[in-house]
Design a protein. Sequence first.
Length: 414
Amino acid sequence: MQPKTAYLLATSAWFSAFGMQSVIFAWLVTLVLRESAERVGFAQMALLLPGMIFILIAGAIADRVGHRRQAVWCQVAATLMPMLLIAAIQFNFLSYPVMILYAVLMGCVQAFITPARDGMLNLVAGDNIQKTVVQASLCQFGFQIFGYALAGFADSVGAPLILGVQTLVLAFGVWAFTQVRLPSGPQSESASADDLVVRETIFGGLYAGARTVGSHPVMRMVVVQNVAMGCFFMGAFVVGFPLVMREVYDGTSGDLASLNAFNSLGLVLSLLLLLKIGYIQRVGRALLLSQVAGSVVLFLCGWVNDLVSFTILVMVWGLCGGFAMPMSRTLMQQLAPPHQHGRVMSFYSFSFMGSGPLGALFCGYMANLWGAQVAIICCAIAMLATTLTIGLFSPLWRSAIPSQPLQNASGEAA
């Protein structure tokens, strides 16, 4: 099996399981346990907080021990997590503390697997990184739809069956990661044994990665906009949307799953369009424009009062995100030094995942004070203000990366 194929299969397995988890976790906390807005925000924060704490160290460790090795063992640990919830449901001890325990454990696994998986992308992509980034993103959001759709049957078939399927999918991901045979050469997994990396301590390597990202004006601004996206976009998605479904539309697990699926459908459609268009040279400009459009659409999501309009707007919001995320990821992947891929991508992930807990708390408290719809509107305004500021006062708008073009559907350079 080709390394790139195995990598995309492993990515698909992880995000399919992640899609199931997104619905089941929100459904259990919001609709089954009927927790308050503040406690929903705290639960989502517990799921995201380990990323803030561990992901930078995880990136430095991945550069030393090898990206594939770390990814395999993290995937093994992830297969055990749904069993905790299965046992809690089967033996009638499902509670808010159990959900927090699950959130913390799964959050730790995600913190370590993310930089390892992202660090592998450069090693399997060859010369066309932007195309591989789009393909990986397409697998991510395409298979999330499968996970969302399956989790939507939780009301009728029960959460244990969905969690059992999640376990099997994660186990398939373990096998797929073991099939990734990284190419030899200066960028291979053996690069973790390079003299430069061996001489560094974990924290020394972490400092070197921070210096690399902080000293580069484009990578620095990508991180800043990622922090804003984690605070405002993720907060609205993981806290605001489930609360709106409960408090405004009286939704079920199927409604919540459909909402997530339509959001991912928008992401998939925009990624397919990117593959059709081909290589985008002004990556920073595309990133900023898509974030501005996403902020406007999110504002409208908090403004409408019927479920159909809300769902359509959430799908359009996904279309905007499908342009933004590959653009930011491409910038970081192509600007990262070869021996620092794990560390640089851990800072990229940290800027998003690490700010997610703050966004969950922010949106939860705003929803508790003024309602979920107002909280979503506030998130949209804050993200729009941040994006406009970055566009006006940073080089991101003018940034362009020379690279080989994506291949369009006919195989010709676009």
